[in-house]
Design a protein around this ligand. Structure first.
Ligand code: CA
Length: 227
């Protein structure tokens, strides 16, 4: 379990990093709000522990910005035990709020509780008709048959299923699955879709992956007459 700690007070930072490491967590410690946001956006953490008053930008702003792209659970630390602050934190999408000074034992209990609840905003099971994708086990099945996918095919299918019914332009698929920019050769996308179809659609009805001419691809359940 990886935790990002954003805390500018050296004494608290050292104390928390040491304590959490002893409790079995991998802890990265950042001391300002700007770097903290960048770190939270570019690395994968199971939990963020964020102090409210930070140099650069405060914890509220950090969370507000982060929530545009990430749903990582957040525990706020604040010097003020104030209902207004507490509610504000929860409204911004924090999972918990702890006022300083706190007992370390209590902090660890809150951390465990948040981590047990998991990340409710991102489902790990996707289902469209009889096609199912288990993200945790990295496994796709259709009508109960296990479908073997490469890592890229898995990511592509995950994207299409997560955006069920939404037309995805080739450039979007290229950038999200292959990390390629807009001008890259999108034939890569077409051939990957072809391979994915042969595994997911060819032997089954109804077809789920559809070409939208001049636009891109969409995964959805349609009437039997469509392409
Ligand atoms: Ca502070």
């Amino acid at each position: 379990m990886r935790i990002l700690l954003v805390e500018d007070e050296p004494k608290t930072g050292v104390y928390l990093r040491k304590g959490l490491a002893e409790a079995g967590y991998v802890v990265d410690w950042i001391e300002d709000g700007i770097t903290g946001q960048h770190q939270a956006e570019t690395e994968d953490y199971d939990l963020l522990i964020i102090d409210v008053m930070l140099p650069g930008q405060d914890g509220w702003t950090l969370l507000q910005n982060l929530r545009r792209t990430r749903s990582t659970p957040v525990l706020f630390l604040s010097a003020r035990d104030d209902v207004v602050d507490r509610v504000k934190g929860l409204e911004l999408g924090a999972d918990d709020y702890l006022a300083k000074p706190f007992d370390f034992v209590e902090l660890v209990a809150r951390v465990r509780s948040i981590l047990r609840r998991g990340k409710p905003r991102e489902s790990t099971m996707l289902q469209v008709a009889d096609l199912a994708l288990d993200v945790t086990r990295r496994r796709a099945t259709r009508q109960g048959d296990i479908i073997l996918l490469t890592a890229k095919e898995f990511t592509l299918l995950w994207l299409l299923m997560r955006k069920e019914g939404e037309i995805l332009p080739r450039a979007t698929i290229a950038s999200q699955v292959w990390d390629m920019n807009f001008n890259s050769d999108t034939n890569v996308v077409d051939s990957a879709i072809r391979r994915l179809r042969s595994k997911v659609d060819d032997a089954y009805e109804p077809k789920l992956i559809h070409t939208v001419r001049g636009m891109g691809y969409v995964l959805e359940v349609r009437g039997s007459a469509s392409c």
